[in-house]
Design a protein around this ligand. Structure first.
Ligand SMILES: CC(C)(COP(=O)(O)OP(=O)(O)OC[C@H]1O[C@@H](n2cnc3c(N)ncnc32)[C@H](O)[C@@H]1OP(=O)(O)O)[C@@H](O)C(=O)NCCC(=O)NCCS
Length: 368
């Protein structure tokens, strides 16, 4: 059975920074309160021209470059987002088209902030089953579009960004070792975007009542998160036959510093084994785990051969953990690929296909 290695990684965050002081000009809050209760100092907010797909494309191209893999060799694109571009089509298809992953199947996976763990696990399972060799997993968010900027209990928390992993098959041991996924839909209402779906389609009333924004019972989510983070980490480690002593880094979902600190206490692990960057990005939902992992690798914290645990929780309710050995790009002799260059050809191919469909439509009409 092949192993599923994480061989490429890339992140993209919007440039505009929104500090706690900036938010204090919009709602009744202050920097001290936000830092004490959440650990967040600032977050990135997408410009009008930035979407989950544009951030996701940037992150994906960087990941492909690290893996030295051409987009046409990707067989599966899984995009996970709590703020997808549309209800349909899938944001994964928009990304697949933009990067020129012309041979890939593409779908979106919705498990809120746990999405990146679910998606990485699904991609790894597809590789381990032998049905595919190369997959791209993208977590991407512009949640700022769904934040109620009049609600001080939620607008302080979220930020925008994207992270992507390339997963590849190899006979060499390593990569994704174990994973656990959990859900409890009885807690659906504690973190929800109520309208815009089939139950409450958009109407003047839903807009007026603010039902297209994030609604959250912060205390309930906090209690749930502190309970499940440590438990899921233990479970995934047990499944891998490892203990916390075997692990170099825990990469938790970046929602709140206090939640991470409580998980560290539960696991009896020093907090400096936890990658934390919630102070600079806030909660970027599905993107938070890859962004934290990539920054830790770039800073030289995570090294090849390290065992890491990704652990997260989110709306659903969902939670899960994944244990992996960080092995780096596969050692395959190949000319360097420059995925950014493929983007140009991907655009041409995309437009040619659109024109092709128009011509096909004209002929089809004549035949009728
Ligand atoms: C949201 C969160 C930071 C609130 O912290 P908290 O300690 O639970 O605060 P509370 O909601 O009990 O509010 C305490 C007080 O602060 C006030 N408050 C809430 N937000 C505030 C803000 N941004 N600035 C100042 N005061 C604020 C409340 O109105 C309340 O005032 P009151 O006592 O006069 O009624 C915390 O509950 C949390 O992080 N929950 C988890 C959320 C999460 O991670 N969501 C994403 C999951 S993926």
């Amino acid at each position: 059975m092949p192993f599923a290695h994480i061989t490429g990684w890339g992140m993209s965050v919007p440039e505009p920074v929104l500090t706690n002081e900036d938010i204090a000009k919009i709602v009744d809050t202050n920097d001290e309160w936000i830092r004490e209760r959440t650990g967040i100092r600032e977050r990135r907010i997408a410009r009008e021209t930035e979407f989950p797909s544009t951030l996701g494309v940037e992150a994906s191209l960087k990941a492909l470059e690290v893996a030295n893999l051409a987009p046409k060799d990707i067989e599966l694109v899984i995009c996970t987002s709590s703020s997808p571009e549309y209800i349909f089509p899938a944001t994964a298809c928009v990304i697949q088209d933009e990067i020129g992953a012309s041979k890939a199947g593409a779908f979106d996976l919705l498990a809120a902030c746990t999405g990146f763990i679910y998606a990485t696990n699904m991609a790894a399972q597809a590789i381990r089953s032998g049905s595919i060799k190369n997959a791209l997993v993208v977590g991407t968010e512009t949640l700022s579009r769904f934040v109620n900027w009049k609600d001080r209990s939620t607008c302080i928390l979220f930020g925008d960004g994207a992270g992507a992993f390339v997963l590849q098959a190899s006979e060499k041991p390593g990569g994704v070792i174990s994973s656990v996924m959990h859900s409890d839909g009885s807690g659906a209402n504690s973190l929800i975007l109520p309208a815009g779906g089939a139950r409450l389609p958009a109407t003047e009333a839903t807009v007026h009542e603010g039902k297209h924004y994030i609604h959250m019972d912060g205390k309930e989510v906090f209690r749930f998160a502190t309970r499940v983070m440590g438990q899921a980490t233990r479970e995934a480690l047990d499944l891998a036959g490892l203990t916390t002593d075997d692990v170099q880094w825990i990469i938790p979902h970046q929602a709140n510093y206090r939640i991470i600190a409580t998980a560290a206490k539960y696991l009896k692990m020093p907090l400096d084994k936890f990658v934390i960057n919630v102070d600079r990005y806030g909660n970027t939902s599905t993107a938070s785990i890859p962004i934290a992992a990539i920054e830790a690798f770039q800073k030289g914290q995570i090294k090849n051969g390290d065992k890491v645990v990704f652990v997260g929780f989110g709306a659903g309710l969902t939670w899960g953990a994944l244990v992996a050995e960080w092995t780096g790009p596969l050692a395959v002799a190949r000319k360097p690929v420059h995925p950014e260059r493929y983007r140009f050809f991907a655009r041409i191919r995309s437009w040619a296909r659109r024109i092709g469909r128009i011509i096909e439509g004209l002929f089809a009409r004549k035949e009728l």
